[in-house]
Structure formats: C-alpha cells, structure tokens
Design a protein around this ligand. Structure first.
Ligand code: HPA
Length: 281
C-alpha cells in the first residue's frame, strides 16, 4: 500500500470498530441511505488525510460505517460512501478511485455502486431503476494506468489484468433481479456509458451512443468498477434514470431535474438496495 493510502486507512481504522465486507457508493441525490445505519460511525471526508473532496451539490463527502438492520436478529455491516468525486472535478483519475482503494484496503469484498444517469433506451422513462449489465468507457481514461501502488493495481506483466467477459458479477445481478421481483419493485437492465462531463451530451452524441448499444449515460461509476473488479471485488451496479438524455427528452436537462427525480424514487431505491444487501447475508 502506498504511504498516503496507508495513512488514510490508519486514520479510518482508528475511528471504527468493525470492518465491513460490503461497500455502497451512493450517487447524486441518493445520499440519505447512510442515515439509517445503526451503531454508526460517520467520518467526514475532509478529516481523512489525502482523501479527495467533492464540490458537487448533493455529494456530501462522508463515510458511514454501521449496521443495516433488517430486524433485531438480522443486520449487515456496511460502509456507505455518501457522495463521490467526479473526474470533471479534479481531472485526476487516481483521485476518483481513491475511495474504492480505501475500501479495498479495509477488506471490502463486495461493492454496490449507484449513480444518477440519463436514459438513452426509449423504453425507459425518468425514475426507472436500471441494473448495470455492462459498460462502455467513452473517456479514454483508465484508472489502472499510472497508479503508483503496485500492491493494489495488478500489473498486466504479472497477469493481473484482462479479466474479460462480463465485468459485473452475474450472480449478484441475478440475485438482485429476483429481490426486485419479490419486492414488487420494477427495474430494467442495461449498458451504462461513461463520459467525462461536466457538460451533458449533445443530441448527436446520444444518437451515437444509441448505435453503440448504450441504455444510459453518466459521468461516474466506471473507474471505481474497473479498480474493484481488478482487485477481485464483486460488483453490482444500479443507475437511477433521473432524466431522459439530450434529444430524447423534450425538456432541457438540469442538475435540479436529476436531484428531483432521485428524491422521487428514493423510497423504492432504498428498499431495493436494503433488500439486496439483506439477501447477501
Ligand atoms: N447525462 C450524463 N450524466 C447524467 C445525466 C445525463 O443525461 N443525468 C444524470 N447524470
């Protein structure tokens, strides 16, 4: 572990009593989830040495450690990242994946990653919850390039890279889909396309992404997923379609629409994630 990461992790370990095996990254407007944890320790990102800070509204930088309680007999130890740093904020891919590197160093083995995304698939509408089956990286960035920490990032020379095929864990996805069905929560499934932002896409770009097979578009998630997968962490991804993408929607996109929709579906989303976590045991 590099010395900065070591310092961040030592700081966090000095504040917590249990180390969770499951981490949850909460996207735009979905940040309230962590509030329901019990026996909770909340760490402000600003306090953690070397930890990157987000400037986007709705992305409070907090780490919540605690128990998600189903009932008095069943609960799950969880790490919730409230808010994330986007590539467009810092122009440094290693800052973007710093939190997931922290989670891995703390011993996390399963990652649930959520985001707000624009809907490209015309069968979607705003408020849809989409399980991410696969992704398209349109940014040209890869967080495994140039990382100074050889213990965290597998080198292609050591045969660590090239976990081909489906990046998202198929079993987690199948389980999550049956949890949604069992709880009467309507969901879709699709391909998430990562762009750098910070501007929303042009109508022509959305037409291109449609041709490429994208169902949703957003400015996050993929870098964390790449790092997680390549460190043996199982990943489940869920997008909240907060708006239909440029050229598909008749209205002009805004960050307010994104947070408004996220707030509207919060209850279903919270229920879905909780039940998925309980199912994990
Ligand atoms: N495009 C990119 N990112 C987004 C969108 C969008 O339409 N909605 C929420 N995040």
């Amino acid at each position: 572990m590099n010395s900065q990461l070591l310092e961040s992790v030592s700081f966090i370990k000095s504040k917590i009593t249990n180390t969770p095996k499951i981490a949850l990254i909460l996207g735009s407007g979905l940040g309230d989830f962590g509030n329901q944890l019990v026996n909770k320790t909340t760490i402000d990102a600003k306090e953690i040495p070397y930890y990157p800070i987000s400037t986007v509204s709705g992305h409070a930088g907090k780490l919540h450690f605690g128990l998600l309680e189903k009932n008095k007999r069943q609960s799950t130890e969880l790490l919730c990242f409230q808010g994330r740093v986007h590539f467009y904020e810092c122009n440094n891919i290693h800052h973007v994946v710093y939190p997931i590197n922290v989670a891995i160093a703390l011993g996390v083995k399963t990652l649930i990653v959520t985001n707000a995304a624009g809907g490209i698939n015309r069968n979607f509408s705003s408020g849809v919850l989409m399980f991410i089956r696969d992704y398209i990286n349109l940014t040209g960035e890869n967080p495994l390039i140039g990382n100074s920490d050889p213990t965290l990032i597998p080198s292609p020379l050591r045969g660590g890279l090239g976990r081909g095929g489906s990046y998202f864990d198929e079993q987690l996805l199948e389980n999550a889909k049956s949890v949604a069905l069992k709880n009467n929560i309507s969901t879709k499934e699709g391909v998430y396309c990562w762009t750098k932002g910070p501007t929303y896409e042009s109508a022509a770009e959305i037409r291109m992404m449609t041709t490429m097979g994208a169902d949703a578009v957003g400015m996050s998630t993929v870098p964390e997923v790449i790092v997680a997968i390549n460190n043996g962490v199982k990943v489940l991804g869920i997008s909240c379609i907060t708006n239909m993408a440029t050229g598909i929607s008749a209205t002009k996109l805004s960050h307010e629409e994104v947070t408004e929709t996220a707030n509207r579906v919060k209850n279903d989303f919270t229920k879905l994630i909780s039940e998925i976590i309980f199912e994990m045991g």
